[in-house]
Design a protein around this ligand. Structure first.
Ligand code: AR6
Length: 177
């Protein structure tokens, strides 16, 4: 599914983010930038050790913030590492932190002059954020950002399962209807 908002396309696809050719891909990292499982593990495996070398130099990233490294051996030139919240029960600032993670990633992309960026579904794996709620927070944040900031041609969500793609598709339909 694709929607055009101003001069930016928002695209939802099912796939593996490690093979994306956008200027940057976003990693769902942890605050130590220490690597891990899920999409984080997949990105470091596919991109090689240079990404971790830079992560070590940066040292860490608080929840809701974002940092940028090389894309190493990936087709994407950069990896933007952001840290989403661990979902507890929704009353611990999870939504605001998740929105901030998306916003800070987009800000970094624009600051670097990047035109195209791909996101995974941050926080909805190991961190347990329900995907129906997370998809609305993610897409509403992206839409608000691109209404207020020029420069991005494409914001793509690369979802790993049909269930995730369905949730994001429903959320985008709801937000644009
Ligand atoms: N491409 C796209 N999406 C993927 C891929 C892939 N190759 N692999 C997994 N996903 P998670 P989190 C999806 O757990 O919840 C790590 O250990 C996955 O199906 O990767 O933010 C970090 O180091 C799910 O929908 O991230 C942190 O400690 C989504 O990516 C912690 O997990 C996010 O799941 C972060 O947890």
């Amino acid at each position: 599914m694709e929607k055009r908002i101003g001069s930016t396309t928002v695209s939802l696809v099912r796939g593996d983010i490690t093979v994306e050719e956008t200027d940057a891909i976003v990693n769902a990292a942890n605050s130590r930038l220490a690597g891990g499982g899920g999409v984080d593990g997949a990105i470091h495996r596919a991109g090689g050790p240079r990404i971790m070398e830079e992560c070590r130099k940066i040292g860490g990233c608080p929840t809701g913030n974002a940092v940028i490294t090389t894309g190493g051996g990936l087709k994407a030139r950069y990896v933007i590492h952001t840290v989403g919240p661990v979902y507890r029960d929704g009353s611990h600032g999870e939504e605001e932190l998740l929105k901030k993670a998306y916003r800070e990633s987009l800000k970094l992309a624009v600051k670097k002059g990047l035109k195209t960026v791909s996101f995974p579904s941050i926080s909805t794996g190991a961190y347990g954020y329900p995907v129906e709620k997370a998809s609305e927070a993610a897409l509403s944040t992206v839409m608000e950002f691109i209404k207020n900031n020029k420069g991005l041609d494409l914001v793509k969500f690369v979802l790993f399962s049909d269930r995730d793609l369905t949730a994001y598709t429903r959320a985008l339909e709801k937000l644009t209807s």
